[in-house]
Design a protein around this ligand. Structure first.
Ligand code: DAT
Ligand code: MG
Length: 168
């Protein structure tokens, strides 16, 4: 298996419960490299693009409220790209199954996830589930300049009159 990249997001519940250190140390067991990382205020538009494939599911609205932080008063997630041998399956193994009740009890979701009374799985972390999803998700969350490995083909464009916030 070649080296591959996968998107990992510590969701608002993971941050609110101060689980970052524990999750990162569990992920470090996989021997992968972190090649991008940032905190993100998740907009409605980013949330809809990220979870677009689930738009017809009954829990979709609640899922958007979850990832945008409205369920936890925590409009912030930690987004990272992990890179290495079988990164996608290794990370999914550490993270555990989607349903926290079915997840291996020693996985992140098994240990810390829960099912809300609304039925939504509050499962602490996101991890890409295929190479195709990983590429789509990494391109959605990160610009090429934010990733220290050249993962996918890029092009150079010249922008005119772009407004950008800089330090005053
Ligand atoms: P995963 O995050 O394991 O890739 P997914 O992409 O199918 O799972 O779904 C995205 C999120 O939506 C998931 O992390 C939690 C929520 N979810 C998925 N299936 C659900 C279900 N049947 N009931 C409640 N929440 C669900
Ligand atoms: Mg998924």
């Amino acid at each position: 298996m070649a080296r591959e990249a996968t998107l990992v997001i510590i969701k608002p519940d993971g941050l609110k419960k101060s689980l970052t250190g524990d999750i990162l140390s569990r992920l470090s067991q996989a021997g992968l490299k972190i090649i991008a990382a940032k905190t993100v205020k998740v907009s409605e538009s980013l949330a809809k693009k990220h979870y677009g494939h689930l738009s017809d599911r009954p829990f979709f609205k609640e899922l958007l409220r979850y990832i945008t932080g409205q369920l936890h008063g925590e409009n912030r997630v930690l987004a990272m790209v992990y890179y290495g041998e079988s990164a996608i399956s290794q990370v999914r193994q550490i993270v555990g199954a989607t349903n926290p009740e079915e997840a291996d009890p020693v996985s992140v979701r098994g240990a810390y996830g829960r099912i809300l009374t609304t039925g939504l799985f509050e499962n602490v972390v996101h991890a890409s589930s295929s190479a195709e999803d990983a590429e789509k998700e990494i391109k959605l969350w990160f610009a090429p300049s934010e990733v220290v490995v050249n993962l996918y083909p890029c092009k150079v464009i010249t922008l005119e009159k772009v407004e950008q916030k800089v330090w005053a």
